[in-house]
Design a protein around this ligand. Sequence first.
Ligand SMILES: C[S@@+](CC[C@H](N)C(=O)[O-])C[C@H]1O[C@@H](n2cnc3c(N)ncnc32)[C@H](O)[C@@H]1O
Length: 553
Amino acid sequence: MTPNNPPRSSGSGRTGKGKGKSGSKPGQVARPRWGAKPVRPEATDRDGFTAQTAPLAPGEPEVRPQSKRAAGAAAANAAKKQTARPPKTARTGTPAARAARPVKTERSTKAPSTPRVPAGDPLVGERYEVEVGAVAHGGGHCVARHEGRVLFVRHALPGEKAIVQVTEGTTKSRFLRADAVEILEPAKDRIAAPCPFSGPGKCGGCDWQHVTPGGQRKLKVAVLTEQLAKLGGLTPAEAGWDGTVEPVGGKLPAGEVPAWRTRIQYAVDPATGKVGLRRHRSHELEPVDRCLIAAEGVTELGVEARTWPGISSIDVIAAAGSSDRQVIITPTPGSQLPIVELDKPVSISRVDEQDLIHKVHGRSFVRERAAGRTWRVSNGGFWQIHPEAPDTLVGAVLDGLDPQWGESALDLYCGVGLFAGALADRVGEEGAVLGIESSKQAVVDARHNLATLDNVRIEHDRVETLLPRTGITSTDLIVLDPPRAGAGRETVAHLAGLSARRIAYVACDPAALARDLAFFREGGYQPVSLRAFDLFPMTHHFECVAILEPIGE
Ligand SMILES: C[S@@+](CC[C@H](N)C(=O)[O-])C[C@H]1O[C@@H](n2cnc3c(N)ncnc32)[C@H](O)[C@@H]1O
C-alpha cells in the first residue's frame, strides 16, 4: 500500500505555546491550552480492559465479558461448556474501575445469550497425531492440521510431533480446538511445567508453563512479526523494531517462575468452598493452592489456604508500590459476607447482587508508586499487573516522544493518569496535558492523583465521543493506550489529523496494534520505533510501545 499524506490541520485552534498558566486551582481540571472550551461530557462508561481477557481465536466472534453474577449462573450450567463464552481465567481484579462509594460496577451485566448448538457430529475427545506448526495470535495455541482441517492446539510448541485431543468442535466446524496430550518429538524449548496446575484440561491462567522463558519470548516475537506483516503490511525493520521481546525484571533460568502477578481473581468451588482458577475456555474450576505467578503480596494473604463458603469469587490486589492489600469478595446470591480474616492486614470490599461495590473495612483503594508519584487506584480499577510495567512503559513512552518544555499532549484512555502525570512533568507549567478516560472512577482517581498539577485536565467520556467535541485541532504529542480492541479507524483518522509531532501507541494486542498502524499510515504517520516487553511471563500476552511520526519528516 502506498502511504498517502492527506492535508492535516494547520493548527489554527491552538492558542500557542508559552502562554500563561490556566489558573485552575489544585483539584480542578486545568483549562485546555488548545483554544477549545472545556466540555461537559455525558456519562457513558463502558466495560474496561484487562490484559487477561481471553483473546479470540482467528474467526471467533467477539464476546463481551460477563458480570460475576452471569458467570456464576453459567458455572452452574457447566454442561453447556462446549458453547459457553470464554471464561474469566486467572485474570486481574475486575475489568473496570469501580467507585469507592457503592456504584454500579462498570461491567456488562447482560445475561449471557443462549449458547448456539454447533452443527455436525461432536469430535471432542478424538485423538490425532499431528505435526505442530507456527504459533498463532491469541490463546497460546499453535496451528496444526489433520486431514485438511485446522486445529488450534494448546500445550504444544512449533515443530513438535504430538498426539492431540480435540476439546471443541464438530465435523462441521471450520476449525477445531485441541490439547497436546502426548509429545512424541519435543521442541528444544520445552521443559517440564513447574506448575502442577498447568496442563491439558487444567488451569487456563498460564499458556506457556511448558516453555523456557527465552522460548516464550521467541513465540511472542513470531506472533508480533506475523501480525505486523499480515495486518500492518510492515516488516520488523519498517516498524522500527529490533525483532526482540524484551525481558522485564531480569532473565530467569528455565524452570523458575517469576511471581509477577499483583492482581488475581479466584473463583470459588461451591461444593468445597476452595478457591481455584478457571480452566481454559470453561467455567469449570481448577482448584489451586498456590499460584506460582502470584506476587508474594497476593500469596502471603493466605486466600488459597482457606475455604470460602457462600462466596463465588475473590479479587485479590497486592499493590507493588505500597503495602496496601485489597480483597473484593462476591458472595453467592442470597449468602451473607462472612467475617474475613486473612494472614496479613487487608482492606475488604464486597460486591452486592446489583454488582455494586461496598467497602467493608479498610480502604477502597490501593496506592501504587510509579513515575515518581503515588497513584490511588480504587476498587480494582485498571493498573498494570506486573510490578515493573508502569515504569517500563512510561520510560519507553517518554524516550520515544522526547517531550519538550511547553508542548501540549493528549493522554487517551488515560486510566488513573499514569502517562498524563509523566508528560505533565516534562512539558512543565508552560505546557498542557489533556487526559480522556471512560471509567468514572478512574477519572475521579486521575483527578485526585494529579490534583497538584495545574497543567493537566482529565475529562470523562469515551475517546471517540469526546475528542471530536473538544474542538482541539492540533497538539504536539499524543499517547494512546486503548483496551484490547485498539483505537479503530475513526479514532486513528482523527488523531492523524492533529498534526502531532510524535505519537506513542501503547498496545496489549499485537493484532489491534498492527491494524491501527495501517490506519495511521493512511493518515500520514509511520512507526519510527517499536518495542515489545514481556510483561506477562508464562502467558502469551505482551505489551508494545510504538512511536509514530509524520511520513516524510
Ligand atoms: C489499557 S488501559 C490504560 C490505562 C492507563 N493508560 C494506564 O496505563 O494505567 C485502557 C483504559 O481505557 C479505558 N477505556 C476503555 N475504552 C475507552 C474508550 N472508548 N474511551 C476512553 N477510555 C476507554 C479503560 O477504562 C482503561 O482505563
